[in-house]
Design a protein around this ligand. Sequence first.
Ligand SMILES: O=C(O)CCC(=O)C1=CC=C[C@@H](O)[C@@H]1C(=O)O
Ligand SMILES: [Mg+2]
Length: 310
Amino acid sequence: MTNYKFKFHPYQRPFKHPLSTSHGQWTVREGIILSLNDEIGNIGWGEIAPIPWFGSETLEQALNFCEQLPQEITTEEIFAIPAELPCCQFGFESAWELVMGKGLSTKDFEPSKQHYSYLLPSYDAAKQSWEAPWNQGYRSFKWKIGIAPIEDEVKIVQELVEAIPASGQLRLDANGGLTKQEAEQWLMVCDTIGAVEFIEQPLPPEQFDVMLEMSHNYSTAIALDESVATLDQLEQCYQRGWRGIFVIKAAIAGSRKRLRQFCDTYPIDTVFSSALETNIGQQAVLQLAAEISDLKRAVGFGVNHWFNEG
Ligand SMILES: O=C(O)CCC(=O)C1=CC=C[C@@H](O)[C@@H]1C(=O)O
Ligand SMILES: [Mg+2]
């Protein structure tokens, strides 16, 4: 049985500007980088990037888990990490696949910018911020809603749709921050505009039944994000009848092995999305996305500009 030398260290990455969503303001991304070394010198890297307000473990819980591990761990111990620690499951399995030489060489995975969706700044700064990424090749843009008054945000979306060339696409992400009435209003506006690819998580996860009903009543698609953040939640929403878009933040969803099995079994409509992790986590997610998804929807990884080194 192979033992892997295990090392880890926490990191902090301040955002250039706080990321405003209806969950509040996010100013520093904290996570853990881990490595596994085998006896013949192979090394695999992984990342633990919690987003507790999405339902993952906290950074403290992940650190406590890492600290109680021995300096050498086995494959069995890696695949026995409980589902209550989904970011740890993802980070350790990423490193294990790399040290075993199972993952694609991550440096080869580089879809062109047209396969990425660019996360625009919040509020009306978006209107001045889409053109530079457009000139870099981005054709998909995401903007946060549910932060300012709806009439102000609708006006900004109409101006954005007017300004962005017709071949571009816009995604709106409410982070569950709308009321039922506002969600209906947004869906009617988007059906009229016709240029919005989907509205992400219009209502909080506990209003699943309302979103399921809405998904049958409007032509603008609805994407679940917070509702399907972990594999347990994702499977539950599928069993409850969701056949709309699933936003998969693989870095916080849990076991890579289990996600592969689920996507092999159920042909779901997916958008792979960043957990605002570092390049280590990003490459581990994009390699998995290329393996298990048709990538027909742009991946939500146009986010590096949110960090100083981005
Ligand atoms: O999905 C994307 O296009 C970019 C990533 C992104 O929007 C998010 C990452 C992490 C937490 C959230 O604030 C936000 C989201 O809700 O999707
Ligand atoms: Mg989202």
